[in-house]
Design a protein around this ligand. Structure first.
Ligand code: SF4
Ligand code: SF4
Ligand code: SF4
Length: 186
């Protein structure tokens, strides 16, 4: 059921529903601890899909969680970018390219429009631009693509965390070894 609910969510991974991504929200709906009308990007269409799946009555979007907006993508005003990388760290689907002290750019075809990169930018050079109707990708295709990229990013982050912990452990062990060798030599 969680997978079926998650498949209906937009995979914007914006957190507006009050959960850290679409899947945790799907888990909360499945367990009955969250309502079906908390996802602003999904809007009324998404609520109707969820209601049909769960066999419950649809209800209006709870605007406490935000307003449904037209699809948009982020755009970086490249000449103003200072290359701080804060936007890369914030993007849940790895849709930003760049390196420290170099100009950054958004891969528009991968951007979900979550807006999570906007606030961290210290020079306000990221703007959201509406997608013209003709450029709107198929909903299911875009969601599946965003979910794959989000899951790949989560796996990479988890791997980086494990590797960091292993490096710290090895460093600590080497230090302890060095200390005990010094004590033996004294
Ligand atoms: S897209 Fe909807 S379900 Fe996914 S994180 Fe945003 S508000 Fe939550
Ligand atoms: S580029 Fe910005 S708006 Fe687009 S997906 Fe990444 S964080 Fe969200
Ligand atoms: S957060 Fe802003 S200034 Fe920093 S790299 Fe991203 S676009 Fe450039």
């Amino acid at each position: 059921m969680i997978d079926q609910i998650n498949a209906l969510l937009p995979q914007t991974q914006c957190g507006q529903c009050g959960f850290h991504g679409c899947r945790p929200y799907a888990e909360a709906i499945a367990s009955g601890s969250a309502d079906i009308n908390q996802c602003p990007p999904g809007g009324d269409e998404g609520i109707l899909d969820l209601a049909n799946l769960l066999g419950v009555a649809p209800k209006p979007l709870n605007t406490k969680f935000g307003q449904h907006k037209p699809k948009s993508v982020a755009f970086i005003i490249e000449e103003d970018c200072i290359g701080c990388t804060k936007c890369i760290a914030a993007c849940p689907v790895d849709a930003i390219l760049g390196a420290a002290k170099f100009m950054h750019t958004v891969i528009a075809s991968e951007c979900t429009g979550c807006e999570l990169c906007v606030a961290p930018c210290p020079v306000d050079c990221i703007i959201m631009t509406p997608l013209p109707a003709g450029q709107l990708p198929a909903k299911t295709q875009k969601s599946a693509q965003a979910r794959r990229r989000y899951e790949a990013r989560c796996l990479r982050k988890e791997k980086e965390k494990t590797e960091k912990a292993e490096r710290a452990k090895k460093k600590k062990e080497a230090l302890l070894k060095m200390k005990s060798a010094n004590v033996s030599n004294a």
